[in-house]
Design a binder for this molecule. Sequence first.
Ligand code: HEC
Ligand code: HEC
Ligand code: HEC
Ligand code: HEC
Ligand code: HEC
Ligand code: HEC
Ligand code: HEC
Ligand code: HEC
Length: 462
Amino acid sequence: MNIPTSLTVLLIGGALALTPAAAQAPKPGAAAATTADADSEKCLRCHRDKTPAIVKQWADSKHAAMGVTCYDCHHAEPGDADAFMHEGKLIATVVSPKDCGICHSDVAEEFGASHHAKAAQFIGSLDNVLGEVIEGPIVAANGCRQCHGSVVALQKNPDGSVRKDKNGKPLIDPTTWPNTGIGRVNLDGSLGSCSACHSRHSFSKAMARQPEVCGKCHMGPDHPQIEIYEESKHGIAFRTRMDEMNLKSDSWVVGVDYSAAPTCATCHMSATRTQKTTHDVGARISWTLRPVISKKLENWERRREEMQEVCTNCHGPDFVGAFYTSYDAAINLYNTKFGEPAQRVMTVLRDRKKLTPTPFDEELEWTFYRLWHHEGRRARMGVSMQGPDYTQWHGFFEVAERFYFDFLPKAQAAGKGDVEVNKVIKQILDSPEHAWKKGMSPEDRKKIDQFYKDRYGLPTSQ
Ligand code: HEC
Ligand code: HEC
Ligand code: HEC
Ligand code: HEC
Ligand code: HEC
Ligand code: HEC
Ligand code: HEC
Ligand code: HEC
């Protein structure tokens, strides 16, 4: 960690009186508790009255205990696009990863290299056509960009100059801020928002270790990670044993500082006895389950080893190996039985000009999108994190129904009379995975009837 000289002086210089704010909330063990310099003292004195909760959140934080104050984060340089004079000091309201990175350079670098930092760059995706064009730009601002991040911009006058208020403060475009989307594009060019996980002004580690933090974005029909986690044995163990999680501990090594349950952070970010904390959340995942057809990532073996090393603090290696074997098998099943065939049908329909180049102007395109982007992801993600209901009822069940009774009939109608299209569909239905559709033997049918007779006394099921 880098500490700027002014702060080093502050921290090491010692002999500094506690500010009243910090004194109200003395930190146990905060050896380096110091006061702010005169500038920050001014901010505190006034803001204690104007925004008392901000000052209280800060006063209870590690930053306050370490003497990091308002002006350390909010100070601006002349020439910063959003800088303004405020009570005699040049400040900015938006604090970016670049600002945090002055002291937390390692974290800022790791975060900057992650997929999280690039999340606002989705122009060109089908999702963006849906949000920005088909639904409308304001939906994208209030929906997509609250998770992915906005491109923070200033308001402009008709002549192109920046609009300012009567005190000379540049006005931020309200469709772009407030925003704590994970890949926010900041005015200083840096990417992301640290308060996506460390809410201001407490900026706490303990908070970010809890699953709810990730759940703001990792939820819903197309990536229900929080719902899957909550129904998994891991989520249940967390919820029922939260007071044994030692969340506020400075060191948080699985198997050393806690053992009751893993959270999202445990598996994707936090330290083990051999791995450091990482702010690159992709570091330990081997597949990407997002596209139509799942793919193994570059260096997937190493990534997988790192995740397995987390698991083996709580499980035996054979147990973990067995989980990964059935996980891979389920992803391969989804790919070969549903993802790849559906993609082949869409490709031939498009090649044969049975679909327009415009996405989403034909119902089949919505059906296909639901198949892979919603139901197909739920099935795959359910398996990856042990959510049985998401794997089955919200997952593969809905994939199968969509594929056989919605997608294929619509594709057949769209490609009616076209030899090439019919050939592809026939090939798919002739393959062994789909052979069940050709009919069941009378003996097997009898077994079903017998089951319902034995259980409920009914003559038959359906
Ligand atoms: C004399 C009182 C006073 C002092 C001193 C003061 N502020 Fe403020 N500050 C306010 C008030 C009132 C507001 C809300 C209205 C406004 O934006 O001016 C505010 C707003 C802000 C905002 C939000 C601006 C926005 O765009 O919404 C920030 C950030 C801020 N202050 C930081 C600081 C920092 C950092 C310092 C110390 C360098 C400081 N303030 C000193 C009174 C003060
Ligand atoms: C560790 C860095 C840090 C410190 C210390 C800090 N802030 Fe902030 N502050 C932020 C961040 C981050 C935001 C969120 C702005 C954004 O990036 O969207 C913020 C936002 C704000 C806002 C505007 C947003 C709102 O919710 O209205 C005000 C006002 C503000 N800070 C005042 C203060 C005051 C007063 C202090 C001192 C008690 C302070 N800040 C200390 C990082 C800091
Ligand atoms: C002027 C230096 C400085 C700046 C700027 C700064 N920090 Fe810190 N931060 C520290 C110090 C010192 C600590 C305590 C040592 C540690 O835990 O690494 C700390 C601790 C933290 C912690 C751990 C808190 C805990 O619960 O133990 C988080 C999270 C954090 N900072 C986030 C941020 C974020 C986000 C920003 C920008 C909005 C930021 N910091 C800006 C100096 C700074
Ligand atoms: C509730 C928060 C949330 C909203 C709203 C949201 N997304 Fe996402 N989006 C995510 C998350 C989380 C992921 C990553 C899921 C994963 O990795 O499993 C994602 C993934 C994506 C991807 C895939 C990226 C890749 O590398 O494959 C694209 C593209 C995308 N979103 C665009 C959009 C667009 C455009 C909108 C608005 C129409 C939108 N998202 C709305 C949270 C959201
Ligand atoms: C995706 C959520 C997330 C985001 C975004 C995030 N952090 Fe963290 N951060 C965490 C978690 C979780 C921990 C706690 C790791 C542990 O101790 O188990 C943490 C810990 C920290 C710590 C304590 C030291 C350490 O390495 O453990 C600092 C400092 C910190 N974060 C700063 C930042 C800064 C600066 C940013 C923005 C560049 C940022 N974080 C963005 C989740 C996040
Ligand atoms: C503010 C929204 C938001 C929060 C909070 C958030 N994420 Fe994400 N996450 C996203 C988006 C959006 C993506 C997809 C980014 C892309 O590929 O464009 C993503 C992607 C990921 C990925 C896939 C990374 C990769 O390299 O493919 C993982 C794993 C992940 N997040 C884990 C977490 C964890 C763990 C937390 C909480 C500690 C968390 N996220 C908090 C929005 C968020
Ligand atoms: C017990 C460990 C564990 C926990 C707890 C956990 N995950 Fe995961 N996560 C995994 C594994 C394993 C994978 C699949 C890795 C692979 O493909 O190799 C995964 C995959 C992911 C992915 C990638 C999905 C994609 O699109 O490819 C995201 C995003 C994610 N997890 C987010 C979360 C979030 C958010 C939470 C908490 C709500 C969470 N995880 C909790 C282990 C965990
Ligand atoms: C902090 C400890 C911890 C970590 C780390 C952890 N687990 Fe678990 N896991 C548990 C606990 C506790 C249970 C519940 C055991 C029980 O109910 O008897 C469990 C249960 C399971 C189950 C059984 C699910 C069921 O419904 O019966 C599987 C599979 C599993 N874990 C896989 C993994 C994988 C894979 C990883 C790493 C990606 C992992 N676990 C990481 C603690 C952990």
